[in-house]
Write a protein that binds this ligand. Sequence first.
Ligand SMILES: Cc1cc2nc3c(=O)[nH]c(=O)nc-3n(C[C@H](O)[C@H](O)[C@H](O)COP(=O)(O)OP(=O)(O)OC[C@H]3O[C@@H](n4cnc5c(N)ncnc54)[C@H](O)[C@@H]3O)c2cc1C
Length: 178
Amino acid sequence: MTRFSALSLFSKAFGGHQSWPEQWPDAAPKPAYDAIIVGGGGHGLGAAYYLAKKYGITNVAVLEKGWIGGGNTGRNTTIIRSNYLYDESAHLYDHAVKLWDGLSQELNYNTMYSKRGVMMLAHNVHDVQSFKRHIHANRLNGVDNEWLTPEEAKAYCPPLNISPDARHPVLGAAAARA
Ligand SMILES: Cc1cc2nc3c(=O)[nH]c(=O)nc-3n(C[C@H](O)[C@H](O)[C@H](O)COP(=O)(O)OP(=O)(O)OC[C@H]3O[C@@H](n4cnc5c(N)ncnc54)[C@H](O)[C@@H]3O)c2cc1C
């Protein structure tokens, strides 16, 4: 993959963006690999990257039937968070979120990761109960998550309409602050 520098970005921008090289040109398959990964989504690419980075295994093929990142990875909500539910996965998600912090610098490639908070709004009693259950489970695992009253949610996100007359009234929120 091309290493970008401020100079190369400027020269390409002022040159009318005509000379960008393909980042992932079609590769001719080799007769053998140390590892073959099927699927060039986030998991496949992550596995290939960490095989190389952590274990020095670079003779790896990633087989993608469509285009790289074109599966779920390219069409999700793009929220990167660790405030899920289960004990088994809490530390995995938390570790994964921390990896994103330095990934753009590490890859010298802008992953467009922008760190900010996330707030899930509760609109009915079931939401309130379910979100509080998640919050307790997360906090027991040391994962950032807190319950906000409607007023606290508005203080965190001022445009929020917390009027009881709103079509979907806000009864509170589960928040993870950046
Ligand atoms: C609507 C939606 C919203 C989501 N929102 C979030 C979110 O906000 N935050 C979050 O963390 N997660 C979210 N997710 C989940 C997240 O997107 C997935 O868990 C993640 O992208 C899965 O990555 P993956 O690499 O396993 O799969 P994919 O990204 O789907 O990659 C699989 C790849 O394998 C390829 N493939 C399949 N079969 C073959 C084959 N036989 N040969 C070659 N290639 C093959 C496919 O073409 C595809 O590119 C969301 C998912 C969806 C659907």
